[in-house]
Write a protein that binds this ligand. Structure first.
Ligand code: HEM
Length: 494
């Protein structure tokens, strides 16, 4: 008799209780289910197919090897209306082509030049602060990375248009990430919800009704207004770019607007806009959440922050100048970011909806099920990371020559993996490393986390795990911009 598809163990509590438990304390719930059901278990939520979470590295290897035609990207439960042709929701060849379009913008030589721009933006922020200023860590990082996004996507560093883009993007992302949108999407189905929003967006864009973006009775309405207004700015800019066709422009919107398909035709305007929305939102809450946990670790273990500062200042003195790109590759800084992403990853898992019955480890998982590597539980396995797996210990990322060691893709995966791994990984890692090396060099922060050794409760914001009450921090000391270094020569570019 042929093998019958079967789901790994399911918790005894009903679907609503499972969804609620995950929403209010995802890490605690994972640990509880692992203790009760083992490394692999199936969660079932109202309004969607079953989801098999696993922290078994052999099963994760099988998930990472899945081919494009085995996965249905359109079922991803993100409630963001990016347009269904966006690379995240696309399948098969369209997905492959979309990645080829985007990846060059976030890798290679562009990264070297962008490090200088990132360095300048972080320092502009630091220069605008005073001792005793208070911030919420993740929102502060969101503010800095949004300035970097304006420069990268639009080559805008200042001025009215930049301010308009920034305000609209921050507000749209906040609405798109709202709990209410995630709840509505899980009740009606994410794809249906996105299609509903997209219909409003298209018809309003065509009729030119911008909306007032006021908070209304309908929770999703403000998000649609903001997206229509953003779309209008993007359309104006794309038309401008296409009237110039200036090949020397390297910012992402310009390159995408000038890209042609296999037949030599420019991409449809809405297609360009769709990918740009994806890039705006893809790196925002993910970076804010990742930074939030690293801030807490560096407050709890300030000696690690001192080591980052000594590393960057030592590097500058050795080189005789500050090279932000090379500084962002320094091993101890990298070790601290890796360690924080290991033990407190922002994404709890990454998802593959299976189109057909598929063998994953010893299980034949039925079609219509999602399989998810459980990033959080895998990153805490003692058989991979040793007996101190629950300790924040950047040294585990250092090799005996003072460089960085690595773990396998099935063991360390804060950016997902396989054919749908994060396209912004290089950009995100570089931007966080520039931010944290400059924070370490120039700023001393204080917070309620100093001297503590337990983590605050986490909650999901926009699908990312963040400290429930944010990270309230106070600026205690600011060092001058040339602290530890002679003046640097930078060449800014988008
Ligand atoms: C620390 C920051 C970030 C984290 C932790 C993060 C994490 C992730 C994860 C876990 C995935 C799912 C991968 C998978 O399914 O295998 C993903 C996908 C993606 N990310 Fe990121 N990301 C970050 C920053 C960024 C940035 C800066 C961008 C854009 C500039 C970006 C754009 C995307 C896109 C477009 C995808 C979808 C890829 C696909 O479906 O083929 N991300 N990211």
């Amino acid at each position: 008799m042929s093998e019958q598809p079967q789901l790994p163990p399911i918790p005894k509590e009903n679907k609503f209780k499972q969804a609620l438990a995950l929403g209010i304390g995802i890490w605690d719930y994972f640990e509880e289910k692992q203790a009760e059901l083992g490394d692999t278990f199936t969660l079932t939520f109202p309004g969607q197919g079953p989801m098999v979470w696993t922290s078994d590295p052999d099963m994760i290897k099988d998930i990472l090897r899945l081919k494009r035609d085995q996965i249905d990207g359109s079922l991803v439960q993100l409630p963001f209306d990016l347009g269904e042709s966006n690379l995240v929701f696309s399948n098969d060849e369209a997905h492959h082509e979309a990645r080829k379009l985007i990846i060059p913008h976030f890798s290679g030589d562009r990264m070297k030049i962008r490090a200088n721009m990132m360095y300048e933006i972080v320092n502009e922020h630091i220069d605008s602060w005073n001792v005793s200023d208070q911030f919420d860590g993740p929102r502060l990082i969101g503010d800095i990375t949004m300035d970097i996004t304006c420069a990268t996507l639009f080559n805008l560093r200042e001025g009215e248009r930049k301010d308009r883009y920034k305000e609209l993007m921050l507000n749209w992302i906040m609405e798109a990430n709202s709990d209410i949108n995630f709840t509505l999407a899980s009740v009606v189905g994410a794809r249906k919800f996105r299609q509903f929003l997209n219909k409003q967006y298209i018809s309003r864009s065509e009729s030119g009704k911008m909306g007032n973006a006021k908070k209304g009775l309908l929770p999703w309405k403000r998000g649609v207004d903001l997206k229509v207004q953003l779309g209008a700015l993007l359309r104006e800019d794309i038309r401008d770019i296409r009237s110039r066709m200036d090949e020397t422009e390297s910012h992402t919107l310009s390159s995408l607007a000038r890209t042609t398909d296999a037949d030599g035709n420019l991409l449809a305007e809405e297609r360009v806009i769709s990918e740009v929305y994806g890039l705006m939102i893809g790196g925002h809450e993910t970076s804010a959440a990742t930074a939030a946990w690293l801030m807490i670790w560096l407050q709890q273990q300030p000696e690690e922050n001192t080591k980052i500062r000594e590393e960057v200042v030592g590097f500058i003195q050795k080189e005789g100048k500050h090279d932000p790109f090379l500084a962002s590759q320094l091993p101890y800084l990298t070790a601290c970011l890796n360690e924080s992403q290991r033990i407190t990853p922002s994404a709890p898992g990454f998802i593959r909806w299976l189109k057909q019955d598929t063998k994953i480890g010893k299980w034949l998982i039925p079609a219509g099920t999602a399989v998810l590597p459980n990033i959080y539980l895998t990153h805490r396995r003692t058989d991979i990371y040793g007996d101190d797996a629950l300790k924040f210990n950047p040294e585990r990322w250092m090799d005996k020559n003072g460089g960085n060691r690595s773990f396998k893709p099935s063991e360390f995966m804060p950016f997902g993996g396989g054919r749908r791994a994060c396209v912004g990984m290089g950009h995100a890692r570089q931007q966080l490393r520039v931010i944290f090396s400059e924070f370490a060099r120039r700023v001393e922060f204080g917070s309620e986390f100093e001297g503590t050794n337990t983590l605050p409760r986490s909650r999901l914001i926009g699908g990312q795990t963040e400290p429930q009450l944010g990270v309230p921090i106070t600026v205690k000391k600011i060092r001058p911009s040339d602290y530890g270094c002679p003046a640097i020569e930078t060449e800014s570019a988008a």
